[in-house]
Design a protein around this ligand. Sequence first.
Ligand SMILES: [Zn+2]
Ligand SMILES: [Zn+2]
Length: 266
Amino acid sequence: MQQYIVDILRLSIWLVLLMAFFIPIERLFSQHKQKILRNEFFIDLAYYFINSLLPKLLLVVPISLLAYFLHSFLHSDFYVWMANMPVKRRLLLTLVVGEFGTYWGHRWSHEIPFLWRFHSIHHSATEMDWLVNTRAHPLDMFFTRICGLIPIYLLGLAQPSANEVDMVPIFYTLFGTVWSFVIHANVCWRFGFLEKIISTPAFHHWHHTNDSPEYIDKNYAAIFPWMDKIFGSFYLPKNRWPEKYGIDAPTSNTLVGQLLQPLEVK
Ligand SMILES: [Zn+2]
Ligand SMILES: [Zn+2]
């Protein structure tokens, strides 16, 4: 219980920092004119706390089991070699390998109807801003996270060491979390050729578009857009932005309704 109170306090401090950064930036460089307290802002604020606490809790047991199970696949010498790799190289490899898993987890969430039931909550946002990042069903978040972590554990890129803290998975999680807020932000910035190397708001905004069916199911990557280039789902016009966001299917406008909606028998 005490740990929960500490977690909520820590999350509240992060929230204040995120607000202090994104709210003025989105006022100064907005791509779409909209209110700070836009449609369902407070529901997404509730998701911020739910999704920062719940998926992490749900992941503890499966990840420990996975780490144990996956390590029996490859020879132990391979894991020793991986653990001794220079930190910078291991970090880059972790980002790429994690992104590969996340890309496919995210793509399956669009292509497999049962998974789409959960993921569609994230896509039901009709206005984009930094906080839309947190708008997700906890089981959707759990699934994509586990897809990113499986290849990382399989290759031994994350393994808790007995006498030192492994900074690689910590940096991976922190960078991934912060970057996810950036790519949802309502900012008009464009970055030229860099947009093909690292994901940007324009790149992810096209993932959320509801302009026309031809633009749907593009840009699944969270960090590296070239993952979409490789697997044929990249779409990023030079100077255009989406006009409409969201999905056509009706979504409940209450938090409880959204949490229960994917579980309804159709
Ligand atoms: Zn999606
Ligand atoms: Zn998104």
